[in-house]
Design a protein around this ligand. Structure first.
Ligand code: APR
Length: 345
């Protein structure tokens, strides 16, 4: 199942379990620890007192009490010491142990804050990178919906250094597109009479057979029945063909696309399945298609990449720069307030 990055207060997440960035005493503190204890009520602390603390990198489970979740999983991240004291492996272990506990409890959805990214001083980019790696590894073998909850519009960008580069790329194309579009609008309104003239001109061409040679021209002489018999492969057929050509398993494709098995079965089960753009693009990323191949795939679903949408321009950037890690693409989309790829969309 997939990973979704959301902007929220973790104490409001309606999931089976939320994870608390606690300290080894498990007796509460500030930051997300303080917020969770405050929202859960005094019973939470009472139960925590019975747990006898928790080692860094490990996790322990309690009930959720007044929170809108069944369980709270308390994990203790490492204090960041410039990466010199196995912090990354301890942080990885926080996510792994928390997910293992959640799976043992039969949880289907879990929400994490960015462990150690606050008082414990871990750089946000690093904290997110370890989180994505650990959660991604765990979800290769398990079906669970995992949220990474970013608390507010903090002064950092999840996508880190990439953000500036993509920002420039978007500005260049987005402005260009809108300038062209404006120029085009002016030209059209000042243009010659309406398409009738243009159409008559087209009709006269086709009359003397000129257009018949143009493979791009609509085959006026083709009957509807012939045209329907020449129908191209569908979106689903192209996806399944590419999976076979790349020697992939279905499960590898949909996990890389950050979509769940149920959703992918619709693609496999329906030749004429029409995906949403986020699904079609997620699959293109999972299959590591080029920009042109992606355009072909989208066209099978009646979709296209345009330059009048930041989402499309960011996808174009990723494809041109070989960024095929769906979670990295989603961090970029998240930073630009765009809809993210995959999940059950
Ligand atoms: N919802 C989601 N995320 C939150 C919330 C919230 N309500 N409050 C804070 N965060 C984010 C912070 O912005 C940060 O990115 O959680 C991340 C972790 O920050 P901390 O809570 O400071 O946790 P951590 O860095 O792991 O330090 C743990 O701080 O609160 C004490 O008792 C805790 O000693 C422990 C230490």
């Amino acid at each position: 199942m997939p990973i979704q990055i959301v902007r929220n207060d973790i104490t409001r997440m309606r999931v089976d379990a939320i994870v608390n960035a606690a300290n080894e005493s498990l007796l509460g503190g500030g930051g997300v620890d303080g917020a969770i204890h405050k929202a859960a009520g005094p019973e939470l602390l009472k139960e925590c007192r019975t747990l006898g603390g928790c080692r860094t990198g490990d996790a322990k489970l309690t009930r959720g009490y007044n929170l809108p979740c069944k369980y709270v999983i308390h994990t203790v991240g490492p204090v960041w010491r410039e990466g010199s004291a196995r912090e990354s492996s301890l942080l990885y272990s926080c996510y792994w142990c928390s997910l293992r506990l959640a799976a043992q409890q039969g949880c289907e959805s879990v929400a994490f804050p960015l462990i150690s990214a606050g008082a414990y001083g871990c750089p946000k980019e690093k904290a997110l990178q370890v989180a994505m790696r650990a959660i991604g590894d765990f979800l290769m073998k398990s079906d669970m919906l995992v949220y990474i909850v970013v608390y507010d519009r903090e002064s950092y960008h999840l996508s880190g250094k990439l953000f500036a580069d993509v920002s420039q790329f978007v500005d260049d194309r987005y402005v260009e597109e809108h300038t062209d579009f404006r120029r085009e609008q002016i030209r059209m309104t000042a243009a010659a009479p309406m398409p009738t003239a243009a159409y008559n001109e087209y009709a006269s061409f086709s009359a003397d057979g000129f257009l018949e040679e143009c493979e791009c021209a609509p085959q006026a002489s083709l009957s509807l029945e012939d045209a329907l018999n020449q129908i191209d492969e569908s979106f689903s057929q192209m996806v399944l063909r590419l999976i076979d050509e790349k020697g992939m398993k279905d499960s590898t494709c949909y996990k890389r696309a950050n979509i769940d098995r149920k959703h992918f079965s619709k693609i496999r089960g329906d030749v004429f399945y029409k995906p949403k753009k986020t699904t079609a693009v997620a699959i293109a990323i999972a299959l590591e298609l080029t920009l042109d191949q992606t355009r072909d795939l989208l066209m099978k679903a009646g979709l296209a990449l345009s330059r009048s949408s930041k989402f499309d321009i960011i996808i174009e950037y990723c494809l041109l720069h070989g960024i095929y890690d769906i979670h990295q693409v989603n961090q970029l989309l998240f930073d630009f307030d765009q809809v993210t790829l995959g999940v059950g969309a």
